[in-house]
Design a protein around this ligand. Structure first.
Ligand SMILES: [Zn+2]
Length: 129
């Protein structure tokens, strides 16, 4: 059996709360979480009144429990059926995907979220070099 990837999470329990060791362990855990991009993503399609036709990413934020979280915004648009033109992403031109039909309307949402994710952009650029 190979050694499993160890996380500093387990070491926190060994130190008294508030001690130098516990703070160091907490710091190590934070760094580990940043380096491995552990985080929770809450995708929202609630318009904010800003440029709501575009996918938007906010920076990762550290929560009180040390986890990272962010709230990307993905637009959702309704088009009256029969659909005469599929909406597309104003940034990359990719056609939106159908989501659901409701009350004579068809829902559409972009499928190119990963393309616009600032976390992915670096990787994608490296691949194409
Ligand atoms: Zn796009």
């Amino acid at each position: 059996m190979g050694e499993r990837a160890r996380t500093p999470v387990t070491s926190l329990a060994f130190y008294p709360l508030g001690s130098v060791e516990s703070r160091a362990a907490a710091r190590a855990m934070r760094e580990w979480q940043h380096s491995t991009r552990k985080g929770v993503e809450y995708v929202s399609c609630i318009p904010s009144g800003r440029d709501d036709s575009r996918i938007r990413f906010c920076p990762w934020q550290e929560r009180r429990d040390g986890m990272l979280s962010r709230y990307p915004y993905v637009p959702h648009v309704w088009v009256r059926i029969p659909v005469e033109g599929v909406p597309s992403c104003p940034d990359c031109g990719a056609a939106y995907e159908q989501t659901k039909e409701s009350g004579g309307m068809m829902g559409f949402q972009p499928s190119c979220m990963a393309r616009h994710d600032p976390d992915n952009r670096g990787r994608l650029l490296k691949k194409s070099e």
